[in-house]
Ligand binder design. Sequence first.
Ligand code: UGA
Length: 434
Amino acid sequence: MKIAVIGTGYVGLVTGTCLAENGNEVLCVDIDKNKVDQMKAGVVPIYEPHLDVLFDRNIEAGRLNFTTDLKEGLDFGEVIFLALPTPDGGDGSADLKYVLGVAKEIGEYITSYKVIVDKSTVPVGTADLVHSTIAKDCKTNFDVVSNPEFLREGFAVDDFLKPERIVIGSSSERANEVMQRLYQPFVRSGNPIIIMDEKSAELTKYASNSFLATKITFMNEIANYCQKVGADVDKVRIGMGTDSRIGKRFLFPGIGYGGSCFPKDVKALHKSGKDINYDFKILEAVVDVNEKQKTILYPEISSFFDGDLKGKTISIWGLAFKPETDDIREAPALYMIDKLLEAGAKVKAFDPEAMENVEQKYGDKIGFGKDMYEVTEGADALLICTEWSIFRTPDYKRLKSNLKQPVIFDGRNLYPTVELAKEGVHYISIGRQK
Ligand code: UGA
């Protein structure tokens, strides 16, 4: 099939590349000329495991191309994916200016039947809005389909190539047939393509992300409670997770969820409820609890140093909002850095992928190291904010000789408390006893 993908952010780039990998001809469109030039030269603008290999392979095979010319994309594709940003409009709601801007141009340009596929995370009713925006100037038949994506950063290629489910919101037989033909090769394992109306598909995405964020937040509250009553959240987590109605995944407590999706989507669903006088109480609580959770370790650090962090050096392992990404949007590490700097502490940080992004934000206000041990040299304490695999089995001897005193604040519960006690490390984690 011939496909155009409008917008080469994270979702667009992964979608375009993976559709090309499955034998489709894909033209990706972006207004950013520098980015398009880079991609034409084979440079992947984001860090995502395995994407580079597929990217090179498909460019070389001529199946994956790039342009800044929207009209060229619209002429080329029989299916047009919209993978445009829907940022926070300032009041928590999703801003649709990019989606509707492109919809208007689609209406002006297309001259033959197209399936317009909305892949962006958009509020309920957007497919109708896109449809009416295109229809204003359009002289040909077209259909608008809602096809939310469920990719996780760090696993996006695998998630796209082997999805657990594909959700298609469409009320057109013709568009359904096209979408099923496109996605059938990805679900040979028997995973479902679920067809529903557009509004239900749009809500499925928000409801899924909000539910997962709620699940994590619930566990964060249980962890905080464990700490107070002398229970161990690891044991509670396993005890709960073995009930198949609850499930083992997404029960890991920590210093809060971050990233470009959960924080934005929970707020947007809450706001969309407010707009129609529906009070999503549970979502409001999730947002509040998560904000607090991001700095839950700060009072522990502060009290360890008797409330005086001035001149103390805190070494941080992990800056990205989660492992396997360089994405620092809403990353808990940033909230901790702000708190520590505010208290007059010095910060020296290491992350396998995200240091460049953090340096752009903080300049020389914080220091970095070339590896995880270098940043601990002469530091007063170590704080762990992201659970990269490389941090899971540290050389305790080296760590103890580097740190002024053996103290670790762990926001991701990486180590068994018993092992750390044996090593003589003062170890504070989330929802477990010292
Ligand atoms: C999330 C969803 O998982 C995807 O299905 C969805 O497509 C995507 O948002 C999106 O809307 O585009 P992502 O933000 O990449 O994916 O990351 P997750 O792996 O879901 O993690 C989100 C946050 O939750 C991270 O900060 C992570 O550290 C935190 N988390 C996750 C926990 O604190 N505990 C857990 O048990 C699991």
